[in-house]
Design a protein around this ligand. Structure first.
Ligand code: NDP
Length: 265
């Protein structure tokens, strides 16, 4: 078998840790493959670009996860349900699509015990897959978003939703920042007034942003709450994607130590 080539498609894509994560695992496990990055400007060209580059698989990041869904010939049940794909594998000329963000996220929060009610701050693409898997697993998910537009599909799916203006505080075991607030600025994902109403009653606070302590996590710490950033989510979605890329040749635990090194280099 000749060396397999994998890539991440995104725009922007220069910042992505995925090439490092996957190449460390390929090298450590002695699997003959290489992983690169590709700046994909037009999502409608995803499929032809995939085949032109002679790839075996890709991860797909912002803003092409819905385009990736449409590019696939076959979808696994969960990806089909949520309409968002972040991992594609080629088999016999067909593209198979999966979503590994959601199971990666689920595993990342599994360390927090006795969690029943969850408040999502934000209702974008990441919230879409993760809210669905959490509900499937029996969590009660409420979404709070800055603007009403994005909440329509959640309302249709039966989720409880609020905007900042309509918010009625309640007790939530876990509060999760699903927005990009705090990624490149110092903003909180909701007003301090709202956060001061919910954080004190929470068992823990989580952010999907990784690699920095966001204003949201800093605020949670002032209330002595356990916190967690998005690094494990990123790592776990990568490990699950790697399982698909290598057709489950390795277990999660075999892949983990190699891929994890990307976070300490
Ligand atoms: P989207 O662009 O799809 O959605 C952005 C969401 O953030 C919207 O709900 C938007 O609200 C809200 N928002 C943005 N800025 C603010 C603000 N200043 N105040 C309040 N709300 C705000 O983004 P994604 O869902 O794709 O990504 C969200 C975050 O998740 C990003 O920070 C990304 O880096 C992170 N992420 C982490 C991963 C990991 O592995 N750890 C994986 C994937 C994503 P509105 O509707 O009002 O605009």
């Amino acid at each position: 078998m000749s060396q397999q080539l994998f890539a991440i498609f995104g725009n922007p894509v220069a910042h992505s840790k995925s090439p490092l994560m996957h190449n460390l695992a390929f090298e450590g496990l002695d699997y003959d493959a290489c992983y690169t990055r590709y700046l994909l400007k037009d999502g409608t060209t995803l499929k032809e670009t995939f085949f032109k580059l002679n790839l075996k698989g890709v991860n797909v990041t912002v803003p092409h996860k819905e385009a990736a869904f449409h590019a696939c010939d076959e979808l696994d049940t969960f990806a089909k349900h949520i309409g968002v794909v972040n991992t594609i594998v080629e088999k016999d000329g067909k593209l198979y699509g999966y979503n590994t963000d959601a199971p990666g996220f689920l595993k990342a929060i599994s360390e927090f015990k006795e969690i029943k009610t969850v408040l999502f701050l934000g209702a974008g693409g990441t919230a879409q897959s993760t809210s669905s898997i959490l509900r499937d697993e029996g969590y009660e998910v409420t979404l709070l978003n800055r603007s009403p537009g994005r909440l329509d599909k959640y309302i249709k799916d039966g989720f409880k939703t609020f905007t900042f203006d309509t918010f009625e505080p309640n007790t939530y075991d876990l509060i999760i920042n699903m927005t990009s607030a705090g990624l490149e600025n110092d903003s909180l994902p909701a007003s301090k007034k709202i956060l001061d109403m919910v954080i004190p009653h929470a068992k823990a606070c989580v952010d999907v942003i990784y690699g920095k302590e966001t204003p949201f996590l800093k605020l949670a710490k002032t209330y002595q709450k356990p916190t967690k950033d998005g690094s494990d989510m990123l790592l776990y979605q990568g490990i699950i994607a790697f399982e698909y890329f290598t057709n489950h040749t390795y277990t999660f635990e075999e892949i983990k130590p190699y891929m994890q090194r990307a976070f300490s280099l």
